[in-house]
Structure formats: C-alpha cells, structure tokens
Design a protein around this ligand. Sequence first.
Ligand code: GLN
Length: 542
Amino acid sequence: MARLIFITGGVVSSLGKGLASAALGALLQARGYKVRLRKLDPYLNVDPGTMSPFQHGEVYVTDDGAETDLDLGHYERFTGVSALKSDNVTSGRIYQRVIEKERRGGYLGRTVQVIPHVTDMIKEFVMDGTDDLDFLLVEIGGTVGDIEGLPFFEAIRQLGNELGRDRAAFLHLTLVPYIEAAGELKTKPTQHSVKELRAIGIQPDILLCRASHPIPDDERRKIGLFCNVSAENVIPALDLDTIYRVPMAYHEAGLDTQLLKHFHIGNAPEPDLSRWQQVVERVKNPEGEVRIAVVGKYMQVKDSYKSLSEALTHGGIANNVKVHMDWIDSEIFERDDAASFLENVHGILVPGGFGERGTEGKIEAVKFARERKVPFFGICYGLHMAVIEAARDLAGLDGAGTTEIGKPKYPVIGLMTEWVKGNQVEKRVADGDMGGTMRLGAYDSVLTPGSRVAEVYGTTNISERHRHRYEVNTEYTPLLEKQGFKVSGWSPDKRLPEIMEIPEHPWFIGVQFHPELKSRPLEPHPLFSSFIAAAVQQSRLV
Ligand code: GLN
C-alpha cells in the first residue's frame, strides 16, 4: 500500500513547490520506488483550461486529455511518469462532484457540508488508484492560511490520522529570508507559517527551507525547536544554478534519508543519481550556444510557455549547447521590420496560441524564416500561421486565414466537425462549451516514409498530445503541396493533417500537436533535438 507524502507551502507563493515535489519524486524513484504525484488546486475553476496563461501560466495537457496545472509538467519531466486526469483536481471540480451527487439524491436527505462531504470527496480523489504505488506525493496548491485551501488542508489532516504516521508524512516548504542590512537569515516567517499549519491540526514532519544563504546548524535547531520538528528534519533547500541539480542537492541535504527514517524504512538502496549528474554537467559545460527566437503572445509571464522553454533546453542538452531564447512579442513585427529582430537568430519558433492579437506578426516571422532559410518550428497555432503564410505568399491566395478570426476569403484553417479516433467517431460543435470543444490529449499520427519527420522520429507511427479547435483545411493542402509545403503526418483516418514540412528548406516543420509536453531532460524530444541540431548548423553559417 502506498505511503503518502503531503507537500504544503508557507510564507510566500512561488517558492517552487511543484519543482520541489517533482524533484523529491525523482529522488525516491532513483532509489527504485514506484512513485506518482498529484496536485490539489484550491481555486474554483473546474480546470485551468479556461484560464488565460497570463493568469495561471501554461495549461498542461495529459495523454488522457485533461487540461491541468503546469506543475504536472514538472512531475512528468522529473519522474518520466505520464500524468493522468486523476492527478489534478480543483476545488471547483470537487464541488461540482459533490453538487452533482446531491442533485442525484446521493446524500439521502442529509445536509451536505464541507466536513464531511467535501473532505470525503477530496480524500476519495487522493486515494483513488494508489494501491500499486510505493509513494504518492500530494502537493497542495497555494499557501497555508488561504481561505480557499482550507477544505484540502482539513482533508489531508484527516487522512494523516487515518493512515497513521507510518503511512503519511507532512512536508512543509517555507522561506528563510536573508536580510541584507542585518546580514542575517530570519526564521520568524517559518515559525509563523508552521504555527498556522498547527492551528488547523497539521504538525509538519519535515521542513524544507528555501534560502539564499546556508542555514547554520544552530538556526536549524532553533527552527526545529519552535516548530516542534527535530533539527535533522529541518532541511535547507538552497538556491541552485540549475533546476536539474535539485534532486542531488536534496539528497545531499538529507531529505530522502529523513523521510525514509520517518517511515521506518531502514533497508532502502542508495539512489542512483548518475543520469541527473550527467544532465547537470551538460547544462553547465555546453560546447556552444544557439539563439532561438520564440515569437508569441504571452511573453511577459515566464510560466506561459514553461514546457516549451524546458523542451528547448532539453534540445540543447541533446546537442551539448546552451539554448539562448529571445522571447519576442509578435505584435512588434506588425510595426517594425522583422529582419532587425531575427537576423542573428539560429532558429525561429512560433508556439501555440489563441485569438487574433499578434497573428499578422507571427505570419511575418514565418515568412522571414521561410525566405531566409532559417530553421523554423511551428507548434499548433504556429503551424496554422505557417499554412496561412504559405497560402498567401506561395499559392497566391490573398485573404487566406483561419476561421478562428472572422470569415477569411480562403479558410485554409477551419473547424473540423468530425473525425475518427480508434474505432470511434468523435464530434465537435462550433458553438459548444468553451471547456469541451477541443481536440485534447494523445492522438496517433502516421508519418510519410522518407519525410524529414519520419527520419527525426525514427518511426512512422507516433502519438502526441493535442489542444486545439481548428485544423488545417484539406481542401487547400493539394495546392500547398504543389508549392512544396507537404503534409508529412496524418491522423490514422487520413482526415486531419498533423505535420507539414518544406523538404527544400533546411528545417521547416509545423506540427498540429504539442511535442513540448512530452520532452524530458533525461529523454529530450526528437523534434526539439533535431530543431536545435539544425540551429547549430545555422549558427555555423551566420
Ligand atoms: N487557437 C488554435 C486552435 O484552437 C491553436 C491552439 C493552440 O495553439 N494550442 O486550434
């Protein structure tokens, strides 16, 4: 039966709780344990699918088609375990289930209350399908003290009691700030945060303390004393030069050892962290650098393209180069000449996106890449932009566009209302619910033998994750193919183009799916490895 580790956060948000959880997962996995990570999000949206990336960062899509929190991306990247719909839940979804059950008469006339009905629903969610795991790590979003988070904290408190100390551990991530003027680390915020946690009945077993300076032993003892935790269980988590060092740093600080002690596991094998060591060495000692321009819309918020920036870095790891990313707001190209921004880059990537703003700028970026023979990678909306650019400039279809924006004269990108998945026909309605009309999750594609993508993947059958409403309109693909822009990947029913490429170009590939979601530091995605390899070639020319 699984042991549960509950991970809460205090003092401030943005301490990297998701990353800490993911790294701990990787560390336990490196000791040979079977782990899974789950995230409980206190906000009221049913899922983050309807939230703007400006609000909440990237929406991470799982194989089984759930739109989830971006922390699930960290979990996957660090553990290699594919996340599922059942690994992320929000207050909104929990309440929705409780209310649905109430409407069905499922509570048999009782008054429906936060305790026990909401907390029971949370506990059911947490424990579902965990029997074959060694460890389930459960991260609670937000910080202790948030009103929204209370039912989740109450539910994990109850679970801690029910499972007992041998099967549950509470890990609390806090901040130990360094006050420059005093030249001192301050432990008070941590004390307050733990006080808050204890007030709602949770005594943390381990404190993971983020700090910019080493925490001296007597400060650890002091924190331990005030927080009712043994000094060895006050683990410093110092700022690091690269996130890939986190599993090793935690191990050195004793996190996994103390956790195993807590669970009375005495015979655990030492973790094998050699692969993480290799990744760190590659990241720290690259043999060169390439510049990639990412031309998109949500540039101010670093987390909007989290998986994308990670995947580009992984492509760098595969090629032993550092990837420098220029994040460019595409609207700039609607005013200024693209050349002045793109002349010195070695690759151009147009990522996924929605809506009208900035699209003409993205089309300019595609045009620059195509004409100047700079490696180009279009992802989802990026493919749509490439198709529109080619339709206008190569096929002479002035007024080509996507039906996502108004009513273009030539709808080269449009809404497909029906397609086949496996043996089933799936349908989409134009005016359906915002949350439910997308092609979401893993879909197979069949690649054209001899195409560049078939060579890149080393196979002709692939599965990748999708999140979009619109598709390349096959009425126009024969015309585009005549101009040298070929469909090189199709859905198995041959109705939906999945990949397009220009064989005559050094590297020009557009994909309908999101390959960045499946890239991992220990297993860089082939498309990103190949794109960065092409950028390395380009850097030798520029
Ligand atoms: N807006 C486009 C669509 O819905 C592309 C979505 C995306 O890039 N993920 O089809």
